[in-house]
Design a protein around this ligand. Sequence first.
Ligand code: NDP
Ligand code: MG
Length: 383
Amino acid sequence: MKKIVILGASGSIGVQTLDVIAQHSDKLVCLGISVGQNIDWLKKHLIHHSYKLVVVKNQKDRDELSQLFPLQEFDYGDNGLLKLAILDEADTVVNALVGFAGLVPTLKAIEKGKDIALANKETLVVAGKLVMDTVKQYKVNLRPIDSEHSAILQALQGNSLDEVSRIIVTASGGSFRDKTREELKNVSVKDALRHPNWSMGQKITIDSATLVNKAFEVIEAHWLFNLPYEKIEVVIHKESIIHSMVEYFDGSIMAQLGSPDMRVPIQYALCGPSRLPLSGQRLNFNILSQLNFKPLDESFYPCFPMIIKAAQKGGNQMVIVNAANEAAVQLFLNEKIRFLQIEEIIKECLESIPYKEIMSIEEMVQLDHAIKQSVLNRYKETV
Ligand code: NDP
Ligand code: MG
């Protein structure tokens, strides 16, 4: 029996993880969950479920919930999250938090010997080397939930990484892939949140529209599979049917295909390489008449080359990019800035904050906080 805790259970990945666990209750059990502020979801969920520990973001929510569910143990805040990440009885942590907030819980869980099923790609984006070194040191498994990386992991089965000539990460192109740069000037939040293929949380949906998400996925692949950036390519594939591919020295390409359904990579991260049954839509090749591919147009998606360049520079660059992006996406979702200002804010932060080589985790946390505060304050009064 795999004993799991889920960080971010009320989100898109969290809820689908609970569904996968429910479909395999003979093999998987969930011992604890965290949510942020979606207390309505939690109240309904706890009518039918109980856990060793439930963590929420705010103390006042913890107090109210403790009254409502007196037999359930609750905790709150960052300390509560860390307590859940290192829960004694659990062996696996599903990290489905959004953003930098996922980093420290991932590291603490690894240091306690927990296996990690990682949706929170920002963990690897900001501190890939530190996280992968810690994984090696504590001899745990860290498996990706991101569909592209799950596809790569699956396409690597039975083969050697040493014989890989390149990996090809597919990208849908996001909500605005059929627009011109001119049209992007005035797109709305509602338009941006309408992803053509996937139903996901708000932040990653915006990141898909700017292609920040795809740059982050290249960085994630670099750290997960220990491959140089030169061997990682991106191709626009609008159907999101091929989730990514691996090409070997002999020219053979292994691809993983399937209907867009995050429960497949979630289950693979928890149970792979076993292939357990899973309900869901199957591909029908009689209906699926074509698969399209086109090169990535970097002039349409300037965030992509800017972020890959920053990642290759290393040091504090990805903490800067990630913090600037998180703050900018929040401002865009709150209608304080326009869509194209997201890329401007990332660029400004990269240009104005000095490069620094080595960063401890404490320095990363401080820098992340300072950048977010400064960006948010700058646009606070904008309407
Ligand atoms: P959602 O926004 O849907 O869910 C995020 C979860 O984390 C919610 O439970 C939320 O709580 C909680 N949360 C957010 N911020 C905090 C915080 N500061 N402290 C405590 N809890 C917090 O996101 P997704 O599920 O879409 O994405 C999760 C991660 O997975 C991201 O890193 C994303 O890039 C990655 N990912 C997602 C995919 C998808 O299909 N959704 C696909 C591939 C990767 P609440 O809502 O209760 O406030
Ligand atoms: Mg992905």
